[in-house]
Design a protein around this ligand. Structure first.
Ligand SMILES: O=P(O)(O)OC[C@H]1O[C@](O)(CO)[C@@H](O)[C@@H]1O
Length: 249
């Protein structure tokens, strides 16, 4: 299902509403969370809504999608730091219920296995929030990642390094590798919300719409899912067929 809104603000309000509905109806839910600039207004809106109408979030569990290898949790560009800055520092979720891959682990294989197993032990993800890379990555699952993948190490693609180097002083400072939840971990979520905003996402959203289910476009795996909502602003939806846009308001 597509939901298309005029502005980023409306996208964030809708996405927040979905998150609040989940928390309200299932206070012990396990949430899969994403980072990136797309999620910043979503988390800001979520905090504002919870400030105005508090809900008990203390029984939630969260798993983040990914983390750069080599960055410590207190590195300003680590996703651990991002999540605490944009969300967790202002939410009453116990630290032990918050999970992110550890970018400094010295036993990567076992850390990856433990991460996917920890998600399974919680009964799977009740709701997974996703952004999308301009190359179609979800989490950091780059093109040609197996759709059967569990949490694993990835070498970041040239496109992702170009896209995300804006967060670093220069491209050389940006890590070359990351840990990411696998595509199968994501697909096992009971509900998935993919959010994309801005003109720079229009091309990949059109590709996703027209693509068959193919590992060259990681996000196309989502077409196998039976509870997927794609939430876009007008700019990200520019290249979609008019009929899709008409039906998505
Ligand atoms: O929202 P952005 O910054 O465009 O990033 C898109 C996606 O790619 C990532 O950078 C990698 O997972 C995510 O943080 C994000 O969901």
């Amino acid at each position: 299902m597509y939901k298309i809104f005029d502005t980023v603000d409306e996208v964030s309000r809708y996405t927040t509403q979905r998150l609040l509905d989940k928390i309200r109806t299932q206070p012990t839910a396990t949430l899969g969370l994403a980072t990136g600039s797309t999620m910043e207004p979503v988390y800001a809106q979520l905090l504002a809504s919870l400030h105005n109408s508090p809900l008990n979030v203390s029984k939630l569990t969260t798993f983040n999608l990914d983390e750069y290898i080599g960055l410590s949790a207190d590195h300003p560009q680590s996703y651990n730091y991002y999540m605490h800055q944009h969300l967790f520092n202002q939410l009453d979720i116990p630290e032990e219920s918050i999970h992110l891959p550890d970018g400094l682990t010295d036993n990567i294989d076992s850390a990856c296995q433990c991460y996917s197993n920890a998600i399974k032990d919680k009964g799977g993800l009740d709701l997974q929030l996703l952004g999308i890379g301009t190359n179609g990555h979800i989490g950091f699952n780059e093109p040609l990642t197996s759709f059967n993948s569990r949490t694993h190490v990835v070498e970041l693609s040239e496109q992702t390094r170009i896209d995300n180097s804006r967060f670093f002083n220069n491209k050389a400072e940006m890590p070359t590798h990351a840990l990411t939840m696998g595509i199968l971990d994501i697909l096992e979520a009971k509900e998935i919300i993919l959010v994309a905003t801005g003109k720079h996402k229009a091309q990949v959203m059109a590709q996703l719409f027209h693509s068959s289910i193919d590992e060259s476009l990681p996000a196309s795996a989502l077409k196998k899912h039976n509870n997927l909502t794609i939430v876009l602003d007008r700019e990200a939806a520019t290249l979609l067929p008019e009929q899709v846009c008409k039906n998505a308001v």
